[in-house]
Design a protein around this ligand. Sequence first.
Ligand SMILES: [Zn+2]
Length: 268
Amino acid sequence: MAPSKKQKNVVKKRSYTAGRVVRQSPVDPEPNRLVKVWRRVLERRLRTRLRAKVAVEIHDNTHTMLTFQRQRALWRLRLHHMFLAAPDEVLQALASFVRKGDPDASALLDKYIERNRVFIRRLSPAQMRRRIRLEPVGQHHDLLRIYERLNERYFQSRIDAAITFGPAPRVKQPRKSIKMGSYSADSKVIRIHPALDQPVVPRYFVEWIVFHEMLHHVYRARRGEDGRRCIHPPALMAHEKRFHDYSRALAWEKENLDLLLCAGMSPA
Ligand SMILES: [Zn+2]
């Protein structure tokens, strides 16, 4: 005798008990199966809108979010996984964009992609670094050497970052302020302003700037009690004072800031 509907439900329900979940293998096959189910749902939703057969492939690309091609009666779409749960209006736009390259639909898709940016996988620091041209050796200061020595002296060579001079900006008027260094936590790259690559800028001053940026690698920005992002937590500021030429560097900066603000100005 075929089991009644009621019995079926009971069996189904039992599969949700905690005991069974615990006994499952540590590698959970569920996410992949879910993607397959959602992909099939998406194909069905698109099929009704494109009035044709649709084959969807889901990817995790970082740049191209959607591509499509027509193969006889079949539409082949390659879509980022953010489209798996896209609302109807987005799928409608996707269909009009695929069918006739509708610019309004394209704008709507752009907005959707922008809103879902958090789901786009970020590149690893190493991948990002490969895209950056590193130029650590200036005409007067060798940042790599400075960085390596500081790393040895203060951090047991544990800091794993890259360093480079930033691009040289052309300026016509003295700057109002200058960002002498920066640290990108995403790529783990320290950038030093090229204005520091002058014979008049003492080595200990460049060292101090590099040291400060290395501390940004150690102390990540965090939200303070007031909810604001604090990029210079007290621990970083205290650590900075351990730099061997701290007061000399501070004094030099006070004396010579104008020199740095005018660096790179084309001669009048
Ligand atoms: Zn800083």
